[in-house]
Design a protein around this ligand. Structure first.
Ligand code: PMP
Length: 338
């Protein structure tokens, strides 16, 4: 019989899929690492399990404990799945910017979810970082995963995502393109790939409203770079420990509109149902296409699944309200003159 002993054993070994119509104008071969095939439908299953296993080994997480984390949803999903199999409780804090689908999905897995305001400083007592820290202090037998500064996050990608990409491309990869949030995916994967071949370029995709690009280029942490944005999963208003700037060769910023429109394009042109950061990554890659040649092999990470964005990028009203869709539908009401 061929079976897995539990759902956690299905994490990783995701497929690599060549992109065709979507990237017709890019001279290189472009391959997507489609992380939606993980059981929680995102790449974050990998690091969630690794953080839990490392904490268990270090004696920080014991049977019956409560796992606490500030999460935009995908990390929470990975933690919640592992918690079910391993017998932990979960309490997550998230922001009111995140899609309702993500919050409901976490609750479906038995997690308690506390929604906090987006537009406050990380140090503000109402921020989702502060609330999760306070919960750890107030909850006996609890452990905060701390995906931003917990280096088990990037280690998961150094141990799994990097070797998988190296093998799947038979060592031919020349560029890695990744949306950056905690930095775990890009820095863990990029570190492994650069050790194999230091000529591989590692390109980070950032958002307008985030500090990464300016910091990489000037070494200055510029608070003026911080303002609210719509793109989910990438960009930060602080520098997480998992971001190792020495691994990343450059950052490219993508607008909320371009990321949202490109998310829809991926589905329409390739039939791959992915989330907002995949759209940002492809839009960023297209902005950088003049740096590529026909011999290049580019791998783009598709972090998560489109179902989590049905009420957002995939909803025409949501897109129109933000001015992201140009065409206007004429309704019967518009035709009635009073
Ligand atoms: N895309 C999505 C949808 C995510 O949830 C995240 C995690 N915040 C990222 C991209 C960025 O990945 P990382 O945290 O590893 O930098």
């Amino acid at each position: 019989m061929k079976y897995y002993n539990n759902i956690l054993e299905t994490i990783g070994n995701t497929p690599m899929v060549k992109l065709n119509k979507l990237v017709a104008e890019i001279p290189a071969t472009v391959l997507a690492k489609v992380e939606t095939f993980n059981p929680g439908n995102s790449i974050k299953d990998r690091m969630a399990l690794k953080m839990i296993e490392d904490a268990e080994k270090e004696g920080k997480l014991k049977p019956g404990y409560t796992i606490i984390e500030g999460t935009s949803g995908n990390t929470g999903m990975g933690l919640a799945i592992a918690a079910i199999i391993k017998g932990y409780k979960c309490i997550f804090t998230t922001t009111d910017k995140q899609s309702k689908e993500k919050v409901d999905a976490l609750k479906a897995f038995g997690a308690e979810v506390i929604v906090c305001p987006t537009n406050v400083d990380p140090e503000d007592p109402r921020s989702y970082y502060s609330v999760s820290s306070r919960l750890v202090n107030e909850t006996p037998n609890s452990w905060k995963a701390n995906q931003y500064d917990n280096l088990s996050n990037s280690k998961a990608h150094y141990e799994q995502t990097g070797p998988e990409i190296w093998e799947q491309t038979e060592g031919k990869i020349t560029h890695l393109v990744v949306g950056v949030g905690t930095g775990g995916t890009i820095c863990g994967t990029g570190k492994y790939l650069k050790e194999k071949n230091p000529n591989i370029k590692i390109w980070g995709i950032d958002t307008y409203g985030s500090v990464f690009k300016k910091y990489k280029e000037t070494g200055i942490f510029d608070k003026n770079e911080i303002y609210p944005y719509i793109t989910e999963g990438i960009g930060e208003d602080f520098l997480p420990e998992n971001v190792d700037m020495s691994i990343i060769d450059l950052f490219e910023k993508v607008t909320d509109k371009d990321a949202a429109l490109m998310t829809r394009e991926i589905v329409k042109k390739e039939g791959i149902f992915v989330g907002n950061s995949a759209g940002a990554a492809i839009a960023g890659l297209k902005q950088l296409k003049d740096k590529l040649t026909k011999d290049d092999v580019v791998v783009v990470i598709f972090h998560d699944h489109g179902t989590r964005y049905l009420g957002k990028m995939f909803n025409d009203d949501w897109m129109r309200e933000r001015g992201f869709l140009q065409e206007e539908f004429i309704t019967a009401k518009d035709l009635v003159k009073d």
